[in-house]
Design a protein around this ligand. Structure first.
Ligand code: SAM
Length: 286
C-alpha cells in the first residue's frame, strides 16, 4: 500500500511490507501483524505516538507507541468485560471513576447502567480523545453521556486528590506499564484507589496477559491482597488483537444480568474467573 509505505513509522513494514507489526519489549520474540489498507492519522502527543489505520480485516485500529489499543472488530470484548464485570458485582453503582480509557469505550459501557449518576474520567492524553471522536464515533459516543465529567490529566495525581470514600467503582483502562501508565501498576496507586473507594466498592484494572506477564500479575495480586480487605480475583477475556488481558480486584462480588450486549453475559461473567491451573496456583499462593 502506497500510503503505508510513505508513512514508514517503525511499526510499519518491519516484518512484512504493507502490514503493521506490533512489537514491544512487553512481548519479546513475537509480533502480531495486520494488513494495512490506509494510514488515517499519525501524530505525536506530549506523551506518545498516536496512529490510526484502516486494517483489511479488523476495521479501524488505534495504536499508541506501536501497541494496538483497540480495533473496531473486537473492542466490545474488552470494553464490555472491563466495565460490566465490576459494575455488575455491586448493587446500584452511582459514582464511577475511569482512569485512562481515552477512546471512550468504557464510558459507553458505564453509561448503560441506569443507577450510575456521575462518571469522572481522567485521561492523560487529549490527543487520544480527539482522535477517537474523529475516527471511532461508535466508541467515542461514550463522551456524549451527560453524566460524564472528563478531566485531562495524570490518573495518579487525580486519585491522590480524590475525596476519600467517594467512588462506588474505579475502572483502570490503562495502556501497558511502559510510558505514561507505569505508575498505574504500582502499589501507591492501588493505595490511592482503595482510599477513594467507598467501603464495598470495586476496582477493575487492565492487568496484561496470563501467557506473558505472570510476574506483573503476581505483583498486582499481592499488592492488592495487602491493600484491599475484600476479595481479589483475576478474570480474563478473549481479544484476538491483544496479547494481554486484565485483572479484577474487588471488595465484594455478586452478579446480575445486563441487557443485550455483544460479548458479556452472566455465564461469561462466571466463566471469566475460571483460570488455567498454572495461573490459579500462582494467584492462590499470594
Ligand atoms: N483498551 C486498551 C488496551 O488495553 O490496550 C487501553 C485503551 S486506553 C486508549 C489507554 C489510555 O490510558 C490511553 O489513552 C493513555 O493515554 C491512558 N493513560 C496512560 N497513562 C495514563 C495516566 N497515567 N493517567 C491517565 N491516563 C493514562
Amino acid at each position: 500500500d502506497d500510503n503505508a509505505a510513505a508513512a514508514k513509522p517503525a511499526c510499519f513494514s518491519s516484518v512484512i511490507p504493507g502490514w503493521f507489526s506490533e512489537m514491544s519489549p512487553m512481548w519479546p520474540g513475537e509480533a502480531h501483524s495486520l494488513k494495512v489498507e490506509k494510514v488515517l492519522f499519525q501524530g505525536k502527543s506530549d506523551y506518545q505516538d498516536v496512529i490510526v489505520f484502516q486494517s483489511a480485516t479488523y476495521g479501524k485500529v488505534l495504536v499508541l507507541d506501536g501497541v494496538i489499543q483497540l480495533t473496531e472488530r473486537d473492542e466490545c470484548a474488552y470494553q464490555e468485560m472491563i466495565t460490566h464485570l465490576p459494575l455488575c458485582s455491586i448493587p446500584n453503582p452511582k459514582k464511577v471513576l475511569v482512569i485512562g480509557g481515552g477512546d471512550g469505550g468504557v464510558l459507553r459501557e458505564v453509561a448503560r447502567h441506569p443507577s450510575v449518576e456521575h462518571i469522572d474520567m481522567c485521561e492523560i492524553d487529549k490527543m487520544v480523545v480527539d482522535v477517537s471522536k474523529q475516527f471511532f464515533p461508535n466508541v467515542a459516543i461514550g463522551f456524549e453521556d451527560p453524566r460524564v465529567n472528563l478531566v485531562i490529566g495524570d490518573g495518579v495525581a487525580f486519585l491522590k486528590n480524590a475525596a476519600q470514600g467517594s467512588y462506588d467503582a474505579v475502572i483502570v483502562d490503562s495502556s501497558d506499564p511502559i510510558g505514561p501508565a507505569k505508575e498505574l501498576f504500582e502499589k501507591p496507586f492501588f493505595q490511592s484507589v482503595a482510599r477513594a473507594l467507598r467501603p464495598g466498592g470495586v476496582v477493575c484494572t487492565q492487568a496484561e496477559s496470563l501467557w506473558l506477564h505472570m510476574d506483573i500479575i503476581e505483583d498486582i495480586v499481592s499488592n492488592c491482597r495487602d491493600i484491599f480487605k475484600g476479595s481479589v480475583n483475576y478474570a480474563w477475556t478473549s481479544v484476538p488483537t491483544y496479547p494481554r488481558h486484565w485483572g479484577y480486584w474487588i471488595y465484594a462480588l455478586s452478579s446480575k444480568s445486563n441487557g443485550p450486549l455483544k460479548f458479556y453475559n452472566s455465564e461469561i461473567h462466571s466463566a471469566a474467573f475460571c483460570l488455567p491451573s498454572f495461573a490459579t496456583k500462582v494467584i492462590e499462593s499470594k
